[in-house]
Design a protein around this ligand. Structure first.
Ligand code: 13P
Length: 255
């Protein structure tokens, strides 16, 4: 695989600052040997970013750090929000944007995702843009059209230099936290269509460089089947990322 695989753990609203620091130390023992071949990222909640970042720095861990959300302004009277500058200050490399839980519970739209993507790139970080269809959309056989529109909406007005660093996570809503997954071939079809959409927007170099992750009930038992697909460049892992052993097994499957 020419693209370096990325396995990212989305911790969602789990782990305190102390628990996160311990998890990342336990993880390092298990994944440090793989770094040259597989990029490993952890995305703790905001409140654990500092402690996890400090462990990564002091122990010189070869691990990337991501946040799960951000606001698009640099600073201002926006009570409760966190800016890109603040995340850069904590040495974040990535920010997850447009996760389906944020779209469903917190009013995230393609338009706000787009503003966040621009702000993340402007601050020097890389967005992990989440897209994915509901069960109803899948049953109506409109998955690829729906996902294509989400990708277009999220990436409107991005310049092609930035597009070459982009990560997109394809997460079918009905597969998140359910134990159900698409077939690896079915997931690959959507990932290929995402790559083609990025290629049409920004040109072939962006399509070639783009890392498309699969997310939704990725486990040690099924990870390898997804990673074997040509257009799947890694995974965005929820539940299985909360345990060092299972997350490390998923990382090993990407070798
Ligand atoms: P699960 O791996 O728990 O299904 O969650 C996937 C996800 O939403 C990652 O962002």
């Amino acid at each position: 695989m020419e693209r370096r695989p990325l396995v990212a753990g989305n911790w969602k609203m789990y782990k305190t600052a102390g628990e996160g620091a311990i998890l990342v130390q336990n993880l390092e023992e298990r994944v440090s040997a793989y770094w040259a071949e597989v990029e490993v990222a952890v995305c703790p909640p905001f409140t654990a970013l500092k402690s996890v970042s400090t462990v990564i720095e002091l122990d010189r861990l070869e691990m990337s750090l991501g946040a799960q959300n951000v606001y698009w302004e640099d600073e201002g009277a926006f009570t409760g929000e966190v800016s890109p500058r603040m995340l850069v200050d904590l040495r974040c490399d990535y920010v997850i944007v447009g996760h389906s839980e944020r779209r469903e519970y917190f009013g995230e739209t393609d338009e706000t995702v787009n503003k966040k993507v621009k702000a993340i790139f402007a601050a020097g970080m890389v967005p992990i843009v989440c897209v994915g269809e509901s069960l109803a959309t899948r049953e109506a056989e409109e998955t690829e059209t729906f996902v294509r529109e989400q990708v277009r909406g999220a990436l409107q007005g991005i310049d092609s230099d930035h597009a070459q660093r982009l990560v997109i996570a394809y997460e079918p809503l009905w597969a998140i936290g359910t134990g159900r997954t698409p077939t690896p071939e079915g997931a690959n079809d959507v990932c290929r269509s995402i790559r083609a959409t990025v290629g049409a927007m920004f040109g072939p170099p962006s399509a070639i460089a783009l890392r498309v992750l699969y997310g939704g009930s990725v486990k040690p038992e099924n990870a390898r089947t997804f990673f074997a697909e040509p257009d799947i460049d890694g995974a965005l892992v929820g539940g299985a990322a909360l345990d060092a052993e299972s997350f490390a097994e998923i990382v090993a499957a990407a070798l």
